[in-house]
Design a binder for this molecule. Structure first.
Ligand code: UFG
Length: 327
């Protein structure tokens, strides 16, 4: 298929681009490089542009005879969304609606959308299924939920075929260590712990050890970025006019912050000093996916089942790229 990957220079987007290219698809990346990296886009495939530029998007969709869109281009930091909601609503909602209109104008109806566990807020029951109440607790979660609803409505009214994939904690890197996670500033747990192992940070601050969990630290479901990429291709292949699916993507296994740090110690062989800090506002104690619907619908099973395997791939990337793509 001819696929337009919007935000294909970002973390999950770049891994998906690589998988799609290897599967033989004709991939065009559309990215404004505000947070993405030119270096991770295969030669000759990048179109630089804004998500809000409906005319440019329409032209690309038509010129490249696009069959399907994958939409990764979003701001995705909870704290930032609380401080700058306007930026989040503008990009994640308003600009995304421009994309949907560009698709309508050019007759492109397949879309796979990056959604998130943040649409569930503070769920009362673990594991989280797709029928768990979606009640976000921050602007980021609301912006993603708004687009899930828009896609449902566009599928019903305009015959879009849409899949919203609710990622849990994306982690890890390509097994060859060529592409990986590079955010500036970095806020995610595994990269920060591995940067500590590399001596780039003195210690890792644990955000709270008084949660109602076995060791007092927050539990998350870490899912390898290549497993997310695989789910995107499978979801795209399922789309028919009117398809409207939402699925959780996680391993179903929860790991505490302390367990992740211990896995990083084992994999890197570095001691990794820690310090306990205050809770980070908005962090739920536990987020673990029930992904049985994705497994049934997409025929998808995560290949990286253990946190050690996920951390190993991330460590290979961070060791070979200590300054990310600037290395
Ligand atoms: N953590 C620390 N110290 C750090 C960084 C993180 O203790 O320096 C803890 C956090 O408190 C949390 C866990 O490590 O308990 C994971 O934190 P991340 O920042 O790596 O990931 P989040 O779970 O906060 O974020 C993920 C996605 C977001 C999404 C969010 C929804 O990355 O895009 O889940 O809750 F919005």
């Amino acid at each position: 298929m001819n696929i337009l990957v919007i935000g294909g220079a970002g973390y999950v987007g770049s891994h998906t681009v690589r998988l799609l290219v290897r599967a033989g698809h004709n991939v065009t990346v559309y990215d404004n490089l505000s947070r993405g990296h030119r270096a991770c886009v295969p030669e000759g495939r990048l179109v630089e542009g804004e998500l809000s530029d409906r005319a440019k998007l329409t032209a690309v969709l038509v010129e490249k005879k696009i069959d399907a869109v994958m939409h990764f281009a979003a701001f995705a930091l909870v704290g930032e969304s609380v401080a700058h909601p306007a930026m989040y609503y503008q990009n994640n909602v308003t600009a995304t609606l421009e994309l949907l209109e560009a698709m309508r104008a050019s007759g492109v109806w397949r879309i796979v959308f990056s959604s998130t566990t943040a649409t569930y807020g503070q769920p009362e029951k673990i594991p989280i299924t797709e029928t768990t109440l979606q009640l976000p607790i921050n602007p980021y979660g609301f912006t993603k939920l708004a687009i899930e609803h828009a896609l449902t409505d566009y599928a019903r009214a305009y015959g879009f075929g849409a899949a919203a994939l609710r990622y849990f904690n994306a982690a890890g890197a390509s097994p060859d260590g060529d592409i990986g996670e590079d955010h500036d500033p970095e806020s995610h747990l595994i990269p920060i712990v591995l940067q500590t192992a590399l001596g780039q940070r003195e210690r890792i601050g644990i955000f709270g050890d008084d949660y109602e969990t076995p060791d007092g630290t927050c539990i998350r479901d870490y899912i390898h970025v290549d497993d997310l990429a695989d789910a995107h291709e499978r979801a795209m292949n399922l789309l028919e006019p009117g398809t409207n699916i939402q699925v959780n993507l996680g391993t179903g296994k929860g790991h505490s912050v302390l367990e992740v740090i211990e896995a990083c110690r084992q994999v890197s062989g570095h001691p990794i000093p820690t310090t306990v800090e205050a809770r980070r506002p908005g962090d739920p104690a536990q987020l673990v996916a029930d992904s049985s619907l994705a497994q049934r619908l997409l025929g998808w099973t995560p290949k990286y089942e253990s946190i050690d395997a996920i951390v190993k791939s991330a460590w290979k990337w961070h060791k070979s790229h200590p300054r990310g793509y600037a290395s």
